[in-house]
Design a protein around this ligand. Structure first.
Ligand SMILES: [Zn+2]
Length: 153
């Protein structure tokens, strides 16, 4: 393997000085922290949370279609109340998929009103049939003063 890019820096996900390294030119997916293997967009989410909700670790966070994989143990392990979901049309809305993961359609969430302080999505809205309905649902489940972090291509 040939190293395409390497640079020392600070990783907001594992909160350590580290080295970022990429073995190909697709930096968005491959420019990873050597400690926690986070991707640039994952580091961006934590940076936005740190900047917008400095106390996010004590907040109630919901993430649609999580993309963290093994990085979750670094990034969100300190969050007191983190839930995430995926959407499977053939499964019952709200069905429990594993310990903190449920089946959720962003256009028709099963959560109670004002359930979360922060809602996170990564590469989700381009797949939604009615994004306005999804935004209304997110507004419904956000507590007053809550926020949404969106990333899309
Ligand atoms: Zn890291």
């Amino acid at each position: 393997m040939v190293i395409k890019r390497i640079k020392a820096g600070y990783c907001p996900v594992c909160q350590k000085k580290t080295v970022f390294i990429s073995f190909d030119c697709w930096l968005r997916e491959s420019y990873k922290c050597i400690i926690c293997r986070s991707k640039p967009r994952q580091r961006a989410i934590i940076k936005v949370l740190d900047d917008t909700f400095p106390d996010w670790r004590n907040r109630k966070i919901y993430e649609s279609s999580s993309d963290w994989g093994k990085g979750r143990k670094f990034a969100l392990k300190h969050c007191q109340d983190y839930q995430y979901s995926y959407f499977y049309e053939e499964k019952k809305p709200g069905a429990i998929l594993n310990d903190s993961c449920t089946n959720q359609n962003l256009e028709q969430l099963t959560f109670a009103d004002e359930s979360f302080d922060v809602v996170i999505t990564q590469d989700v809205f381009e797949h939604i049939n009615d994004p306005f309905r999804a935004f209304r649902e997110i507004e419904r489940v956000l507590k007053p003063g809550g926020g949404i972090s969106l990333q899309y291509r």
